[in-house]
Design a protein around this ligand. Sequence first.
Ligand code: ATP
Length: 135
Amino acid sequence: NNRTLTMIKPDAIEQGNTGAIIQKITNSGFKIIALKLTKLTTEQAAEFYGIHKGKKFYDELIDFMISGPIIAAILEKKNAVDDFRALIGATVDPAEGTIRNLFASSVTQNAVHGSDSDENANIECAFHFNENEII
Ligand code: ATP
């Protein structure tokens, strides 16, 4: 699979880091093939993060993800899912130079999302985009 879904999260947009993050993504060889500015409803955030329901951080995560606009994008590159997760860094203690290392405010407010498998990438791309929105 050569596609992954990213979201630039509300903290990064609020702090004015959108341009720097997109530049880092495109400089790392990812091609943007779909992109939109949107705001998740509570229902949409709950559906997107349904797998985390019941976890300690779930309510904080949902409140955060609906707190402001997000940017959703589909990125294309060979080995997109794994290469993008390497570029963003781990949830906890992201490596030096990764997007989360540079721009995250906390473990929850971590600037970006990246799909964690090819299967979820397909589901998440379809969650945010219709076929006619993908270049
Ligand atoms: P994402 O899937 O959003 O790229 P991830 O795969 O690194 O992130 P997940 O385990 O899928 O992390 O968790 C989804 C999101 O929930 C994280 O990106 C983060 O915002 C938040 N989160 C995850 N674990 C924690 C935690 N232990 N404490 C607080 N927030 C957390």
